[in-house]
Design a protein around this ligand. Structure first.
Ligand code: THU
Length: 132
């Protein structure tokens, strides 16, 4: 799958963002190693704290369909400086997707690529719990 296919899916999901409180719409799409795609948008809540980011919605959808092997994740927002995943999402992406490629995109064609290792260089994970 091309990165632009994922960007397109993330943009479509972004159109469904429930961002009535912030007005900040985000779309995400995660690709499995077998080439399946799951997208998500941010879903806000009037209590604010219950808001879930687009990245996590996409990952929850994939996990709940039985997926566990991921290749790439795309985040799309309408910002000049490309919007990166928040700290909480970085932790979740690391936990469930590992050192995948993360592509940031905006609506004007801006793109940047990172590895999760770059976005979360010193992660806490299950190794510290003695589970590996
Ligand atoms: N948001 C995301 O969905 N993903 C990000 O990477 C950054 C922030 C959402 C959460 C909230 O609905 C809105 O953007 C403003 O923070």
């Amino acid at each position: 799958m091309k990165a632009e296919d994922l960007v397109r899916a993330a943009k479509c999901a972004r159109d469904h963002a429930r961002a009535a409180h912030s007005g900040f719409k985000v779309g995400a799409a995660v690709e499995t190693r077998k080439g399946k795609l799951y997208s998500g948008c941010n879903v806000e809540n009037s209590t604010y704290g219950l808001t879930v980011c687009a990245e996590r919605v996409a990952i929850w959808k994939a996990l709940s369909e039985g997926e566990s092997d991921f290749r790439r994740l795309v985040v799309v927002a309408d910002t000049e400086d490309l919007t990166p995943p928040c700290g909480a999402c970085r932790q979740i992406i690391w936990e469930y997707c590992g050192d995948i490629e993360v592509v940031l995109a905006n609506l004007k064609g801006g793109r940047a690529r990172y590895r999760m290792r770059e976005l979360l260089p010193f992660p806490f994970d299950s190794r510290f719990l003695g589970k590996e």
